[in-house]
Design a protein around this ligand. Structure first.
Ligand code: CMP
Length: 140
């Protein structure tokens, strides 16, 4: 059990449907604390840079387009085993495979418009948090 931080993104399909409060209620109920937060609108270049690890995947262009379709909320979550806890709270990438009660099962529209993103490892969390936040913006 380790105190960790992870990056969370509430995607354009979530902001468009006014779901940020409902999703964050699930996150906070799971015991995760929001220690940094901002609402931004990514450029195409920024989306491509953030998701560069998926560059060679067939879904890369559609993914980047869906991430720039509207504003997003980026936030840092803190808690015990925050990386795995948030991934459990989000549910499977494809909402069709997600467990009942998870964010994606309750709110996601499709595999692309799947409402939320979360870092997949502690190492990537550090990289993804640094992509959006400076040290003084994170208030634990
Ligand atoms: P996310 O957690 O943001 O990480 C990469 C995103 O790519 C993923 O959520 C999905 O929204 C999107 N995506 C679209 N198609 C696929 C796919 N076939 N496999 C994995 N991710 C996909």
């Amino acid at each position: 059990m380790t105190l960790q931080r992870t990056l969370s993104i509430l995607k354009p399909d979530a902001t468009r449907r006014n779901l940020t409060g409902k999703i964050n209620a699930v996150i906070e109920t799971a015991g995760l604390r929001i220690v940094a937060q901002k609402r931004i609108w990514l450029s195409l270049a920024q989306a491509q840079q953030f998701y560069a690890v998926h560059e060679s995947r067939a879904f890369f262009n559609d993914l980047c387009q869906s991430m720039i379709a509207g504003p997003i909320v980026v936030q840092v979550l803190e808690g015990t085993d925050a990386v795995s806890k948030y991934r459990e709270t989000m549910g499977a990438t494809n909402p069709e495979n997600a467990t009942a009660g998870t964010i994606r099962k309750e709110f996601a529209e499709s595999i692309e418009a799947n409402s939320v993103h979360g870092s997949d490892s502690e190492e990537n969390a550090a990289i993804e948090i640094a992509f959006f936040f400076s040290h003084i913006e994170i208030v634990g």
